[in-house]
Design a binder for this molecule. Structure first.
Ligand code: GTP
Ligand code: SPV
Ligand code: MN
Length: 598
């Protein structure tokens, strides 16, 4: 059924004229529609039913093996002025980009159904939410969008009321990596994606809209669109404080968002409440605090490493009504991945008989798609149209050395520098080599839709009279010892670090001032019930001045790459930290005894 909004109908007609599908289907988001999509995909083999006794209504999708992750080198930002996209993005002139991708869209939906998906990112009634329409020829994309967003009639009605929406056009094309583009036109609120059926390349509401386009809009409208989880931490006094944390892809957001407190903590009444696991939209409220919503309605999470031990909440929600992509299967047709348990898979992610010589059974970037409400720790506040107040912002990366378990920024400006200085090992979430350290400010390197210099300035701008900003921290769960093993147990035990952070927020914990930030003393982290190897915590909290001087030099060189667009205040903050390190090394400045910071 076409829409009451002429502009929407016109665009749909125009796209249909170009792509020439056999049929056009307007999605209503109903259960019956989802059922019929699944039935169709079971017939074509796009989906395989998993064991209905152990995993009712769970299905497996096997991607083309050349299409299993985001492709950053084919992801482009098309702005009139190249500098507006910045050195952090691949750029293409908008006219050239349209011409290139429109040639691929020409007639590409012949013989197929074209689906029109109106969706809302965020609660339908929230002023912070934003809507879009994705047109796609992939029923797999429609099924995923149904789980990941508020999709269908209610979204279409909001779009008709507002009269505007982000346009997203997608076709799986031939899945030929040589004929693939993920293009963004922020000035036109338009996305065009061709040649990939995979997650972030194809579910346009997610990274394309909710981060790349939204970050652009957020800048002009005074809010933030971030690659962050949102979690509520309830303490024994039944106070819930919300934390937003930015870690790069496959660096622990889903796991922290669903954290289960260690046993002793549980006994004392601590609890984690999941609000979001990937994207956070945040803006100052009338009281000056930052309020955040999760624009998504589902999780598209990393399967490998998910187990009853690491993330029991996730495992519980994956027992029914879940789509699995590129996992392995056991002899009795249950989904399986590395790290799940000791069973042996029989088929790998490509459907071959499992042979360890072929590599892991599940693809390292295999994923599950599941409705957020299936998560046992799902927070009722996730539906709050006003969002939740954020008390702590956390940045973190995957760093085998140097970066301590946790540190606190002295103030907002220093916090922005901590975010801008982030670096992390690359992971399987994007194509390319895994394990290389690269700069990934605020975990937004692949997702910031504009020049990072302007983005840092936008972050700094939130520090203004009347603002009641969150405290900013930096963490590293991935520090390794000499034996190559993680020094910190991670997962639920990360609450021990969050407890210190939240007690810093309420003024109940001490910190030690160092040139790079404020750190807890070893005794400030509660280790009750935890066996850490001798000296591990000291190593985790150690600051190596000489190595940090080299790091600051590298950070400075990186930031200089943004030239004139880099805000002077950030440059000055970098100089302040570098000078403090120099002074500490030369002994020129009187060394502060481990003085408690305010
Ligand atoms: P995206 O969905 O790609 O944005 O990733 P994410 O940040 O949500 O990552 P996720 O929580 O799915 O974690 C990715 C991988 O890191 C999984 O294999 C986890 O098991 C592992 N991981 C998560 N948290 C921790 C932790 O605290 N310590 C260790 N050692 N590994 C972790
Ligand atoms: C990520 O890569 O950060 C993801 C998965 O969350 S995707 O949706 O593919 O971007
Ligand atoms: Mn992500």
């Amino acid at each position: 059924m076409p829409s009451k909004l002429e502009a929407l109908n016109r665009w749909v007609d125009e796209v249909a004229g170009k792509t020439r599908p056999d049929r056009v289907h307007w999605c209503d988001g109903s259960d019956a529609e989802y059922r019929s999509l699944v039935d169709g995909m079971l017939k074509t083999g796009d989906l395989i039913e998993l064991n209905p006794q152990t995993h009712p209504r769970c299905y497996l999708h096997r991607s083309d093996p050349r299409d299993v992750a985001r492709v950053e080198k084919l992801t482009v930002i098309c702005t009139k002025n190249r500098d507006d996209a910045g050195p952090n993005n691949h750029w293409m002139d908008p006219a050239e980009a349209h011409a290139k991708i429109d040639a691929l869209f020409d007639g590409c939906m012949q013989g197929r159904t074209m689906y029109v998906i109106p969706y809302c990112m965020g609660p339908i009634g929230s002023p912070l939410s934003r809507c879009g329409v994705e047109i796609t020829d992939s029923p797999y994309v429609v099924a995923n969008m149904r789980i990941m967003t508020r999709m269908g009639t209610a979204a279409r009605e909001r779009i008709e009321r507002e009269g505007s929406f982000v346009k997203g056009l997608h076709s799986t094309g031939e899945l030929d990596p040589e004929r693939r583009w993920i293009m963004h036109f922020p000035e036109e609120l338009t996305i065009k994606s061709y040649g990939s059926g995979y997650g972030g390349n194809a579910l346009l509401g997610k990274k394309c809209h909710a981060l790349r386009i939204a970050s652009w809009q957020a800048r002009s409208e005074g809010w933030l669109a971030e690659h962050m989880l949102i979690v509520g931490i309830e303490n024994p006094r039944h106070e819930i404080r919300y934390v937003a944390a930015a870690f790069p892809s496959a660096c622990g957001k889903t796991n922290l968002a669903m954290l289960i407190p260690p046993e002793g903590y549980r006994r004392d009444g601590w609890k984690g409440w999941t609000v979001g696991d990937d994207i956070c939209w945040m803006r100052p409220g009338r009281d000056g605090r930052l309020y955040a919503i999760n624009p998504e309605a589902g999780f598209f999470g990393v399967a490998p490493g998910t187990s009853a031990h690491t993330n029991a909440n996730a495992l519980a929600m994956l027992q029914h009504d879940t789509l699995f992509t590129n996992v392995a299967v056991t002899a009795d047709n249950q989904p399986w991945w590395e790290g799940l348990d000791g069973r042996k898979p029989v088929k790998d992610w490509q459907g071959r008989d499992y042979d360890p010589a072929n590599g892991p059974a599940a693809h390292p970037n295999s994923r599950f798609t599941v409705r957020a409400s299936q998560c046992p720790s799902w927070s009722p506040e996730a539906e709050n149209p006003e969002g939740v107040p954020i008390d702590a912002i956390v940045f973190g990366g995957r760093r085998a050395s140097l970066v301590p378990l946790v540190m606190e920024a002295r103030d907002w400006t220093h916090g922005v520098l901590l975010g801008a200085s982030m670096a992390s090992e690359t992971t399987a979430a994007a194509t390319g080599q895994v394990g290389l350290i690269r700069r990934d400010p605020m975990a937004m390197k692949p997702f910031c839709g504009y020049n990072y210099g302007d983005y840092f300035a936008h972050w700094l701008s939130f520090d203004r009279p009347g603002a009641q900003l969150a405290k900013v921290f930096h963490v590293n769960w991935f520090r390794k010892g000499k034996d190559g093993r993680f020094l910190w147990p991670g997962f639920g035990d990360n609450l021990r670090v969050l407890e210190w952070m939240l007690k810093r927020v309420t003024g109940e914990a001490d910190a030690v001032e160092t040139p790079i930030g404020r750190l807890p003393r070893a005794e400030d982290i509660n280790l009750d019930g935890l066996e850490l190897p001798d000296g591990a915590l000291d190593e985790l909290l150690q600051v190596d001045n000489e190595a940090w001087r080299a790091e600051l030099a590298a950070i400075g060189a990186y930031l200089d790459g943004y030239g004139d667009r880099l805000p002077e205040a950030l440059r000055a903050e970098h100089r302040r930290v570098a000078d403090a390190l120099d002074a500490a090394s030369s002994g020129a400045a009187p060394r502060r005894a481990a003085a408690a910071a305010s």
